[in-house]
Design a binder for this molecule. Sequence first.
Ligand SMILES: [Ca+2]
Ligand SMILES: [Ca+2]
Length: 246
Amino acid sequence: MVLWSLRRLTPFVGAPTVNAAPSGEPASYLPIVMRAPTPTPIPTPCNTSVGVLTNGDFERGLEHWVSSGNPQITDARAREGTHSALLGGRDSAEDVLLQGAAMPHWAESGALYLSVFMKSSDSTTDRRDSLSAIVFDDQQPLASAVVANISPRDDWLDLRIPIPNAVNYRSKSLIVFIRGSTDGAAPTTWYVDNVDLRFGCGATLAGAYSASPDAFIEPAPPELVARAAETIRALRAAGAMDFGEH
Ligand SMILES: [Ca+2]
Ligand SMILES: [Ca+2]
């Protein structure tokens, strides 16, 4: 009864007449394939951005990071998630985290983002302890920033470190270098989270999250950059740089 009703409701007007099977064989109707000329691509504005680091939020511990000194993973404080990396926190610390990544071939702009929460028992006016974050192309620094013991403390700083002339480094292997360095007294602790080396397609890089004004960013002084380059050379010579960079 149901089948009969359906048949009655099915309109037969305009039923296909092509590809009709010879009498006695089941009828079959093939889908019509429209063969239009290959369309000319229409340029569209590109506003894509992509982060090229892995485990920059430290939720998987130190996985994908190369370390030296004694950086720790902690759940005592986190910008997002439940974990961050702890550098310093004691006197005479030299705690380093490194990760390599390739810049996309289409990149037009780029920046290193990271969030830092600093606690310090050292001076608020004299520089003694410092966290430096540097993006290297091989041995050349492309961008850097310092959070020293005189920087704002006891709160999260969301840093954005722009990479000038990013198009010059397309497809190149880069290294993100982070070092917490303390002197012999009054230690400083840095909690680091959400490390994000991000490249954009488009003139303006889309931020991963709200960031402190660029004006806050203070480039790493030459001696810190030189020490970072030396650390990279030493780690490379020791075979510790196993993340595929050249
Ligand atoms: Ca985290
Ligand atoms: Ca100190």
